[in-house]
Design a protein around this ligand. Structure first.
Ligand code: ADP
Ligand code: MG
Length: 635
């Protein structure tokens, strides 16, 4: 609870006690009025002030105005009719403030939940300087420095373990509760907590580019993207409040005037004014205005606790309507960690020439040394030795094709069929299943490397779960060969496959798929951003792999899966749908209760106490309901 909330609580308790006291003590006349007015001011002075300021600024129609008019009116009426019943006026303010207090507490709580996530922000990094470990601001650590992370500390910057081993708690990032073991040479992600051992880490990114900074940026931005329902409510409130005020004014004046003019009765002003005031209290729109953004906020917070970052309330709406899911293959459904299966050399089929094989791998690794494609990384690994960058120059990467480079003065090409035919080189066919990297030196074909990728362990389950949550169609787009694509799709149960696509073809295909869907359905594209960032931003909803994915992907995407687990997609859809259900429950419940009470109020059946329930009671129920979106079950 913050200071403002504490003062509010004191005011509420004081008002409740003083009102109780006044109910017990018999007071009369002016003294009674003065006593109630004093209590009224204690609880309501800020509302009156805000209402006044609204009027002075020419924007009178808000909740403060409604509450001020209703309570001041109730006072005036009690004075006018000599009833001495000032309790209702105080009660209107008191309960309104209780509602406000409650709401600010709830918002604070969900914000705290998100900031628990924000708590991943590291405050310092330990660097070694002249044999001494010193604490510095993580912003000051340059790429390639060595930092020391001790048990219990947050990993401040992304890097690679140089020395030592430990287990990491990555739950704040991925929602995964099992600790992850890392050893020398493993990547280590900022934002995770070091549990057991001291490790030395060579940083691979600056603090601002590290995972932790990226996540925090995303979370901070996400609250600024308003959803359609939120927009609707804001516009609704702008029209609604003046309409309600006019309706109340008419309710207070027309019936008495009509009865006076048509039937010659003396007008019952106080009865109708009282009804109009109840009408105002009932119709206060705060339950909607508050609970809807809060539901989205809580929904986004809940998802982030499971390692799903949703970049805005509008994306929750889109996510809930996903009926088509299009996947990229490499790095999305597969691990993107290729193993070299075989190496063929066209001239030398019969004997197993180890030296020739090693030469192919070496040339490939050198030519690919600047690429960030998973194939390239896997080739580097298969080569197993450090790259001598002085041997390579003039590297050109053609997305969806491969690379060419000058290695030791020779023009080396490494890539698929398309690259070879583009360069007018005839490639040898291969019967071994897998992704082929054809190699040519100075325009002469020298053989190919056959690589195999591994499907992600829960990719199959991910596709199944998507069908379970009502996704109508799953599609895979890939730049890889037809054979590999067909095999992966069949293994995973994907409905449709399109293979041998260049990045531009992927966009084209996606546009056709977008045309194909029905109204009210949305299409999600899931990728790692390597050769597919344009597709990510073109889809209704782009979902990126967070840890494997490129920065471009994380930027272009609307949803980021922190742990690259495709089965989180179905979970994200379920969470989004639940959040939307809660939003609609609140809208329908609030409007129907208010409408019923308004009718009763106009008929004179509902009094001020019912009005207070229709306003504050409903708001509290709606806020409690909204908070459910924060809770996440395991399924
Ligand atoms: P995917 O759609 O499966 O993610 P990409 O569009 O990234 O695949 O790449 C498509 C194909 O282009 C690869 O299967 C490979 O044959 C070729 N390719 C792309 N980049 C490279 C590279 N750096 N080295 C070799 N081949 C590459
Ligand atoms: Mg890819």
């Amino acid at each position: 609870m913050n200071k403002k909330q504490r003062t509010m609580l004191v005011r509420i308790v004081a008002t409740a006690l003083l009102t109780g006291l006044l109910l017990l003590l018999p007071t009369e006349g002016w003294l009674r009025l003065a006593a109630y007015l004093a209590v009224y001011l204690i609880i309501g002075y800020d509302i009156l002030w805000k209402a006044l300021r609204g009027i002075l600024h020419g924007r009178p129609f808000d909740e403060n105005f409604l509450m001020a008019i209703a309570s001041v009116g109730a006072f005036a009426l009690a004075v006018y009719s000599h009833s001495g019943d000032y309790l209702e006026a105080v009660a209107v303010m008191l309960f309104y403030q209780v509602g406000e207090f409650f709401q600010s507490y709830a918002v604070g709580k969900s914000r705290r939940n998100i900031s628990e996530l924000m708590d991943i922000r590291p405050d310092y990094a330990n660097i070694e300087r002249d044999g001494q470990v010193v604490r510095v601001d993580p912003d000051e650590v340059s790429v390639g420095s060595t930092i020391v992370v001790r048990p219990g500390e947050k990993v401040p910057i992304d890097g690679i373990v140089l020395e030592g081993h430990t287990s990491l708690n990555t739950s704040a990032l991925t929602g995964e509760s099992l600790p992850r073991d890392v050893h020398e040479g493993d990547e280590i992600v900022s934002g995770s907590i070091n549990l057991t051992g001291v490790v030395k880490v060579r940083t691979t990114k600056a603090f601002g580019e590290s995972t932790v900074s990226k996540i925090l940026e995303l979370m901070e931005d996400s609250s600024t993207h308003k959803s359609k329902s939120e927009d609707f409510i804001a516009r609704f409130a702008r029209v609604y409040t003046p309409v309600v005020c006019i309706a109340a004014l008419l309710l207070a004046t027309i019936p008495p005037l009509v009865s006076m003019l048509t039937m010659g009765l003396s007008p019952l002003w106080s009865v109708w004014i009282y009804r109009a005031l109840t009408f105002l209290v009932i119709s206060c729109p705060c339950a909607l205005v508050i609970s809807i953004p809060l539901s989205f906020f809580a929904g986004i917070g809940g998802a982030s606790r499971r390692g799903i970052l949703i970049k805005g309330a509008n994306m929750v709406e889109t996510l809930a309507k996903v009926k088509h899911v299009v996947f990229d293959k490499t790095g999305t459904l597969t691990l993107g960690v290729f193993e070299v299966n075989t190496i063929h050399d066209p001239n030398d089929h019969d004997h197993d020439d180890q030296a020739q094989r090693q030469r192919l791998i070496e040339l490939a690794a050198l030519a690919e040394s600047a690429s960030s494609h998973p194939i390239s990384k896997s080739l580097q690994k298969a080569y197993g030795r450090p790259i001598d960058h002085t041997r390579v120059s003039d590297i050109q990467e053609m997305s969806g094709h491969g690379v060419t480079a000058l290695v030791d003065g020779h023009r080396v090409a490494a890539g698929n069929d398309k690259l070879m035919s583009q360069m007018g080189i005839e490639a040898c066919h291969c019967h071994t299943p897998g992704t082929l990297i054809h190699m040519a030196v100075d325009g002469r074909y020298i053989g190919h490397i056959v690589m195999g990728d591994i499907e992600k362990p829960n990719a199959r389950q991910a596709v199944e779960q998507l069908h379970e949550v009502g996704v109508r169609r799953t599609v895979m787009l890939t730049g890889d060969s037809h054979e590999v694509a067909q095999r992966v799709a069949a293994n995973l149960g994907i409905d449709q496959v399109y293979a041998q696509l260049l990045p531009a073809d992927k966009v084209h295909r996606l546009e056709q798929l977008l045309d194909d869907k029905q109204k009210g359905e949305s299409l999600a594209f899931v990728g790692d951003g390597i050769n597919d960032a344009p597709v990510l931003s073109r889809a209704d909803l782009g979902i990126a792999m967070g840890s494997m994915g490129s920065d471009a992907a994380i930027e272009a995407a609307d949803v980021v899966l922190m742990d690259d687990d495709p089965s989180k997609i179905a979970l994200a859809i379920r969470l989004a749908r639940r959040c939307m259900t809660i939003v609609w429950q609140n809208i329908i419940m609030t409007l129907s209760v208010k409408l019923a009470c308004l009718l009763l109020g106009a008929l004179g059946i509902a009094n001020m106490w019912i009005a207070i329930f229709a306003d504050v009671g409903i708001m509290i129920i709606a806020v409690l309901n909204a908070m459910r979106a924060l809770r996440v079950s395991s399924r």
